[in-house]
Ligand binder design. Structure first.
Ligand SMILES: [Fe+2]
Ligand SMILES: [Fe+2]
Length: 419
């Protein structure tokens, strides 16, 4: 099937064949180049003999970058005790790679800020999601003892940048994918693949190649919806992405939680409480980073961050009660939080331990298929007869939280409290 979509910057109609990677590459050529300062910095910092003065010289030649670097260095993101007023001081404290990464993120954001055509894709919420993923990724990387946590911040901040490009250069197809994701509860990357023949990971990686991002960053962007293997950077970005969605911080156009691969938990050995602590400790930093990247220019009065974050305790009402049957909390945590943020009270259940079964309205069982979930339920009913009439749901790929929430809502009796 051939369709016509508007070309970039109103340059006329360009024929698009479904699945054409070539068209993607051609359209991405229309993006402006990143400022030369970013490439200079990459070259300088890749030199093992690079000196602070050489890097300082490159950054100071770009006044707006200097201002943004100093603003970022002094933000809660770095939590420094004393104020940093020179690029030299920033370089001494943070290191050359951190400065290069700052330049990369600041200019990438500026180049993409004007992109976007669909009203249904909320750019402000998108950058809030990106900021949250960046901050979470940095903290998860530190917990996983990854040597360069600021690299994880950049990877988290930019992991979804392909969506901005699709929104600009493939607007009708992207709108179709967003609608399918929302209406059919199918992951956005799958919908994009169906409509375009490639997903936002591929589009983002193509931009990264054009802008000469470090190879590792391009790889994480390209494969952030694929199993991470032994790649710690990919693992922290995937978990950070899921956490941002679970806690409803910003919106990425795809509310469905990506199932977390078991290798992620091996690479990031954190328990449930540690993940919750990371989120609570990150709220101010997310707002600051969002403000930093969201500000049009430094002269403007900073707008209060449009944080859409809510604590579960604020959101939770007298909603449905759900029991999760599981033996391992952490892998299910994002899903539990997602339900809590949907006014669903969650209780974790160990089949062998007693629990107040008469308080439970729905059972969610972590199993590969519905028949298995029903088997678990029938075992539970032996010890907890009150569960006999309680509906059971199965959570496993591709059963994703919004589909589960929708099922729960459909199953709620008319008399049950609603939001
Ligand atoms: Fe993504
Ligand atoms: Fe994302």
């Amino acid at each position: 099937m051939r369709t016509l979509v508007p070309g970039a910057a109103g340059k006329g109609e360009i024929p698009v064949s479904q699945g054409s990677l070539e068209i993607l590459v051609n359209r991405i050529k229309q993006l402006p180049a990143l400022p030369a300062v970013v490439h200079h910095l990459t070259e300088v910092t890749e030199d093992p003999d690079a000196t602070i003065s050489a890097v300082e010289e490159v950054i100071r030649a770009d006044q707006s970058l200097t201002a943004k670097v100093l603003k970022l260095v002094n933000s809660a993101f770095f939590a420094l005790r004393s104020r940093v007023s020179t690029v030299h001081h920033a370089a001494v404290i943070l290191g050359l790679d951190a400065l290069r990464n700052m330049a990369l993120t600041v200019h990438t954001y500026e180049c993409l800020a004007a992109c976007g055509r669909n009203d249904t894709f909320d750019k402000q919420a998108f950058w809030e999601h990106a900021a949250a993923v960046g901050i979470f990724a940095k903290k998860l990387a530190t917990a996983a003892k990854y040597k360069k946590p600021d690299e994880a911040f950049v990877a988290g901040l930019l992991h979804d940048l392909g969506k901005v490009v699709l929104d600009e250069y493939f607007a009708p197809e992207f709108a179709q994918a967003l609608a399918a994701c929302r209406d059919e509860a199918i992951p956005l990357a799958v919908c994009e693949e169906r409509v375009l023949g490639f997903d936002h990971g591929v589009a983002g990686a193509e931009v990264g190649r054009k802008w000469r991002f470090p190879a590792q960053l391009v790889e994480v962007i390209e494969r952030h919806h694929a199993p991470p293997g032994a790649n710690v950077l990919s693992a922290v970005v995937q978990l950070a992405d899921t956490m941002a969605k679970a806690w409803r911080i910003g919106a990425s156009g795809d509310p469905l939680l990506q199932p977390i691969n078991s290798t992620v938990w091996k690479l990031i050995p954190l328990n449930e409480q540690a993940l919750r602590d990371i989120v609570e400790a990150s709220r101010d930093e997310i707002a600051q980073v969002q403000e930093l990247f969201g500000a049009e220019d430094d002269q403007q009065q900073p707008q209060p961050p449009q944080a859409t974050t809510r604590r579960a305790s604020e959101a939770r009402g007298s909603g449905e009660r759900v029991a999760f049957v599981t033996t391992d909390k952490a892998p299910l945590l994002p899903l539990m939080v997602y339900l809590e943020e949907s006014d669903v009270a969650v209780r974790l259940v160990r089949p062998e331990q007693p629990f107040p079964a008469d308080e439970i309205e729905y059972l969610v069982v972590q199993m590969p298929d519905q028949p298995s979930a029903l088997r678990v339920k029938s075992d539970l009913v032996t010890n907890h007869p009150a569960l006999r009439s309680v509906p059971a749901f199965c959570v496993a790929p591709p059963c994703l939280p919004s589909a589960v929430v929708a099922d729960l809502r459909r199953a709620v009796p008319a008399s049950a409290p609603t939001r």
